[in-house]
Write a protein that binds this ligand. Structure first.
Ligand code: NDP
Ligand code: 2IT
Length: 444
């Protein structure tokens, strides 16, 4: 049996109750076959794949907090430090009721390769809790965040592990967590990214994931003799990534006609009104029905459906496994040219294969959404030098990083005779740097 198959079997047997983690591992290991096969003896002797699929360490802890009725609530917190061969652990904190060990492990595993692709010195980690910020008062969110950080602060640090935002964790949550870290440790350091601008945050970090997604999408189009101008774009999600993806797509001359949240979706043939979407989601923290109520051109539909809308480009920006085989078929039938993932693992493996086999240019999340964590690394740099760069400076670095990522993954795919397979290119390029560093640093 090949080394890849051997490790895949072992990982499946060991993590049988973690389907998302298994999906992420299968996708990566499967596409690494050409590299592994070419160096099988070394990688097998070094147990590179076993070491890569086993986190350095995992923390799971109780998070007690008091709600507005005086009732004590208990959540489960997680931080998984996956791999620090090329830099301190780096990755977001997800606050969502669905969070469990398998979800944090899939996200932490993907973060290793994504962070490597940025070209910046950051390792892979992820964390979060099964806490639902929806419908909670600011005081309740603060109570949760303080309790969460009371435990988390034991394991993180500016040169150790630097968490950031993800689903359910935005500037408000990062602010409360930063305050608690500072209070307990008495250290003012860049231990979190995505901070507010008055206390060490970076300009353009809020926009970075969505903007970065469009910078790489634009480069993809350009390299195929196309542009964003006049293209119809469908986007899922209505959170941080989706909002700034829509904004940048429109700045590039495209028309974004959909967005969605966990209850329904919007079709707006005149183009999503980003200012209104920001007001509904960022300020009021309300449902998309409020967007539809304020916008005569918009239709609101319950459930899912954005992938059924005719488009040139599809950008899934909500959550994992939100674009299925049937959706991929609908996109292909409607003439969609490109799918680039703003979310982490939003496309199922069979849907990805279908899109690739039917000539759709597909860039996976490890490359396409790397602009967020890359800009987090730029925030760390600014914190280290105790300076703040202008918006334009950060944004132009982000743009350069995304263009570089496109060419890195394109070249890696070509090197292995798989031109246009950006999934394989991303996994290979991300892997090579980490594997080299691991081997150079010995068995640890
Ligand atoms: P937000 O919490 O800001 O927004 C998430 C959006 O997705 C919301 O509209 C939410 O709807 C929707 N959503 C979440 N879960 C589900 C679900 N189970 N079913 C349907 N819709 C859902 O998160 P982000 O925008 O930050 O993150 C979106 C994706 O991008 C995630 O996969 C995240 O891991 C990834 N990502 C984020 C980065 C960042 O910098 N923030 C960087 C790189 C990747 P509702 O409001 O109803 O819950
Ligand atoms: O998935 C991701 O890359 C993020 N949620 C951002 C991580 C970060 O450290 O900025």
């Amino acid at each position: 049996m090949s080394y890849v198959d051997e490790v895949l079997e072992r990982v499946k047997a060991k993590n049988a109750s973690e389907p998302e983690f298994l999906q992420a591992v299968e996708e990566v290991l499967d596409s690494l076959r050409p590299v592994i096969d070419a160096n099988e003896e070394t990688y097998r002797r070094e147990a590179i794949l076993e070491r890569l699929t086993e986190p350095d360490r995992q923390f799971k802890f109780r998070v007690p907090w008091v709600d507005d009725n005086g009732q004590v609530q208990v959540n489960t917190g997680y931080r998984i430090q996956f791999n620090n061969s090329i830099g301190p652990y780096k990755g977001g904190l997800r606050l969502h009721p669905s969070v469990n060990t398998g979800i944090i492990k899939f996200l932490g595993f993907e973060q290793i390769f994504k962070n490597s692709l940025t070209g910046l010195p950051i390792g892979g980690g992820k964390g979060g809790a099964d806490f639902d910020p929806k419908g909670k008062s600011d005081r309740e969110v603060m109570a949760f965040c303080q309790s969460f950080m009371t435990e988390l602060c034991k394991y993180i640090g500016a040169d150790v592990d630097v968490p950031a935002g993800d689903i359910g964790t935005g500037a408000r949550e990062i602010g409360y967590m930063f305050g608690q870290y500072k209070k307990i440790k008495s250290v003012y350091e860049g231990v979190l990214t995505g901070k507010g601008l008055t206390y060490g945050g970076s300009l353009a970090r809020t926009e970075a994931t969505g903007y970065g997604l469009l910078y790489i999408t634009e480069e993809l189009m350009k390299c195929h003799g196309e542009s964003m101008e006049g293209k119809t774009v469908v986007i899922s999600g209505a959170g941080n990534v989706a909002i700034y993806a829509a904004q940048k797509a429109q700045q590039m001359g495209a028309k974004v006609v959909t967005c969605s949240d966990s209850t329904g979706w919007i079709y707006d043939p005149e183009g999503i009104d980003v200012a209104l979407l920001k007001e509904v989601k960022e300020v009021k923290r309300a449902r998309l029905t409020e967007y539809a109520a304020a916008r005569p051109s918009a239709e609101y539909h319950e459930g899912r459906g954005v992938w059924s809308v005719k488009c040139d480009i599809a950008l899934p920006c909500a959550t994992q496994n939100e674009l299925h085989l049937d959706d991929a078929k609908a996109l292909v039938a409607n003439g969609c040219k490109a799918v680039c993932e703003g979310a982490n693992m939003p496309t199922t493996i069979d849907a990805t294969k279908y899109l690739q086999e039917n000539g759709v240019w597909f860039i996976g999340g490890k490359a396409a959404n790397a602009g967020g964590v890359a800009t987090s690394a730029l925030e760390m740099t600014q914190n280290s030098e105790r300076l703040s760069w202008t918006f334009e400076e950060v944004d132009s670095k982000l743009q350069q990083i995304m263009v570089n990522i496109y060419h890195t993954i394109d070249d890696a795919a070509k090197r292995y005779g798989q031109e246009g397979n950006y999934v394989m290119g991303a996994n290979i390029a991300g892997f090579e740097k980490v594997a080299n560093a691991m081997i150079a640093q010995g068995v640890c």
